[in-house]
Design a protein around this ligand. Sequence first.
Ligand SMILES: Nc1ncnc2c1ncn2[C@@H]1O[C@H](COP(=O)(O)OP(=O)(O)OP(=O)(O)O)[C@@H](O)[C@H]1O
Length: 735
Amino acid sequence: MPAEQLLPDIPSGPSAAALPEAGPALSGARGAPTVSGGAPGSASDGAPGSASDGAPGGAPDPGDDPARILAAEREHLAVSRAALRAMREHAQSLSADAAGDWVSQQVLQALLDQRVAALADHAGTPLFFGRLDRTAGDDLPGTIYVGRRHVHDERSRPLVVDWRAPVSRAFYQASPADPMGVGLRRRFGYHGGDLTAFEDEHLGRGEALRQSKILTEEIERPRSGPMRDIVATIQPDQDEIVREDLARTVCVQGAPGTGKTAVGLHRAAYLLFTHREKLARSGVMIVGPNRAFLSYISSVLPALGEVKVDQTTVAGILGDHAAAEDPAVAAIKGDARMVPVLRRALWAHVVKPAEGLLFTKGANRYRVADHEVREIVASLRGTTRYNPGRAALAQRLAHQVLVRMEQRGESPDDRVQDAVARSRPVKQLVEQVWPKLTPQQVLHRLLSDPAFLAAAAKDDLSAQEQAALLWAKPPKSFRSAKWSAADGALLDELGDMMERTPSLGHLVVDEAQDLSAMQLRALGRRCRNGSATVLGDLAQGTTPWAARSWSEVLEHLGFPEGGSAGDGGSGGTVTELTLGFRVPREVLDYAARLLPSVAPGLAVPRSLRPGAGSLTVRHAPDLAASLAEAAGQALRREGSIGVIVPDARVSAVSEALADLDHRVLAPDSVEEHRLLVVPATLAKGLEYDHVIVVEPADIVEAEPRGLARLYVVLTRAVTSLTVLHSRDLPAELTG
Ligand SMILES: Nc1ncnc2c1ncn2[C@@H]1O[C@H](COP(=O)(O)OP(=O)(O)OP(=O)(O)O)[C@@H](O)[C@H]1O
């Protein structure tokens, strides 16, 4: 997004004023109380719908006194809260007894319980965070309050409108250039559940804020606990992505901290609101890199009222296969060239019948000749998945027997055909020609048997690649095989060749740049009838198979860029977020020195915040002592602290911090702690107020894409980054 879009010029400079007794805006944690905006005018200011239109009971016009305006808005909040209470009491009073039978009663009761839970008033956040005074002259109210959920009064007049409703769009998108029928846009700051500040933009008069203090306060607030929703401050380019059509697959490239994860989660919430019934049936799933990350993002959707979204990892989908594997072998297994290899391996099990079918019933014998069986097999091969093909073969053979019965004057019906299809001679022939298989059996054979692998690989894999794929010591049976994570995707591919994988309505994939072609295919087949939101940063790709381009990723997912998806859906579009909300500019510029080496094609990211003094790079011959000192200093400041270290140094660093209460982050960690030691390989997607990075050279040397790992690690800080090194820094960082 161009900076001007976020910080538009104001023809008549809006003023900022302090409001007595007002607490800090939005985050409520710090900062001066604010009321700002272009001469905060009357709440009803020129708009056909005034504040009193929206507030039943007709609140008096507070004029342009900020304190009176805020008092009037607090009154609207109190009225809205009372109305929500009434909605909840009404829902509680409803009985499921009216349902006809016991099962319907239980279903209805569950729905009523859900409704009551959804109508809870969360004391920590106000019911609304924005207001629009509209000049559109349509049937909708002149004034609307935008909040996390819809609230109406006893006459069904809306007091708060859900942020996802079409009319709320203007709250995020309207600008002086295109006011979208909005005269006044007001943003509220809050502390706990109370309104403490507001900012006005008289868009109708061509006024907009140069810099929203409420947004600044929000992005600068100290981080503690899990990720929060950004519903009050979604930016216009983020909102475009959030509200993209369900049918569209969107792929978002974005530098660290540009809000990709936040946008993906809000898009899920938006789609669930807009297509509630459809998605309740088909489902929405969020896929993240590991459980620690999922735990970090786990509160966002519930806070937006969406509790029924599955949040998982690729391993959660493909099975926790964790056998150790050489990354070079995993890279071959992750390559899309494995698809034809697997296909040949599977279908090689379908063989030419040596004999025809002989079916006996009483004294009668019915024959289907071997060439006829061959023709049936040939007509089925390649036109169905493996298992349905097997079932169809049995039915076709039985049908041939039926034809012969009819030729002899019998009149068998469908039940006879089913019985013949299940009869021993048919089963035996099918088993011989088209055997029952599991994905594990096929993959076990492929990775154990050089001749079988060579036949399946043809020219798709080189001799060296085939040699690398073969197990050094093949397990005796597929049952005792220890599968690797890469095998998981191969098994899934084979599974889908055998039986169609059910599809979800929408899939959000975070850190997608790290997924192999085969993993992407596994995810793509899970939204074959739906769509996807694909999030990532090519510069943060740390796996040996990390994507080099988004069009590749979309292709593997089955949503080719600009094209159409396999099952009639639309192709994907790539878009970019370029403005960073997390990392201070000084830190981001430092990390960006690595970009020419890790992703030469990408533009240098921009940060919303200057963050002067946020970066310290210290040569530390006594690393343990410097680390303890830096961590101690950070503990005296506000906010979370992440000590990000080469994985091999985790225990040593934990020992160096023995005197400070801390925890070590593990892949499955769900507990929170203010001071965390974070292995470099787990830092992706996370953020801390203060980050201390230990020994960058070790981080770079630990893995083939170590420079990209270092880029990830250096971009986790919200407030300060301290780099401690006893060895020389990597040349890419100093050059
Ligand atoms: N519009 C916004 N208003 C307030 N905060 C925002 C906004 N957009 C993003 N943020 C905040 O910026 C931080 C970074 O967001 P997020 O983690 O979604 O970025 P990301 O692009 O996924 O980063 P990374 O690539 O490093 O994983 C989060 O704390 C998020 O809440």
